[in-house]
Design a protein around this ligand. Structure first.
Ligand code: CO
Length: 210
């Protein structure tokens, strides 16, 4: 059997099992989705949002790209955020990075990898902003772990700085933005404790007047 055919066969098997275990599952989901969570994560195949959080299809709206970047000038992730917040009215935005992220490690290095270097350049900027935190750390693994966490924190802030999130808060919408980091080694997610529930943690220049 070809590699791809195997996927299609497994799909049929999964659909049959799911329909048997949860009658009405597909009927209900095909009508609408009401996810409470937006996940912004890395494209890495080892970090599938729904599986590692024990959720089912329909429960998490997802945007993934290399090294879980969020930029207000990226039409793709901004559209996802706008739809999730304004239409689906998710209550939580979760930026989830992971330790050992290849994108983060590439950004920490001086090697070129092609076009991707331009995508990852924002991580180099986060490194520059936090350079003093790296000074006492010589261990490569520790430096990488720190960079993975700082990258998540920077993307959390980028989400909070967007007019979409700012407007949701000023309209009284309940919305929290979280920063998490997943361990490939034991499957545990670490909450980085950088949750924003309102604009109070934003820099003054990112607090818009209404
Ligand atoms: Co990654």
């Amino acid at each position: 059997m070809s590699d791809v055919k195997k996927l299609l066969e497994q799909n049929r098997q999964w659909a049959a099992e799911t329909a048997e275990q949860q009658p009405g599952f597909f009927d209900e989901l095909s009508e609408q989705q009401t996810p409470k969570y937006l996940w912004i994560g890395c494209s890495d195949s080892r970090v599938p949002s729904t599986q590692i959080t024990g959720m089912m299809p329909g429960e998490i709206f997802v945007h993934r790209n290399i090294a879980n970047q969020f930029s207000t000038t990226d039409l793709s992730c901004m559209s996802v955020l706008q739809y999730a917040v304004e239409v689906l009215k998710v209550e939580h935005v979760i930026v989830c990075g992971h330790y050992g992220c290849g994108g983060v490690n590439a950004a920490l290095s001086n090697q070129q990898f092609g076009l991707i270097d331009n995508w990852l350049a924002k991580i180099k900027d986060v490194y520059i902003q936090n350079e003093t935190k790296f000074t006492p750390i010589n261990d490569e693994q520790e430096r990488s772990d720190l960079m993975c966490e700082l990258n998540v924190m920077a993307q959390v802030q980028n989400v909070c700085n967007s007019t979409i999130v700012q407007n949701a808060w000023s309209n009284g919408q309940k919305l929290s933005v979280h920063g998490w980091c997943y361990s490939l080694k034991n499957g545990h997610i670490k909450d980085l404790d950088v949750t924003h529930d309102d604009e109070s943690k934003n820099h003054n220049v990112y607090q818009y007047q209404n």
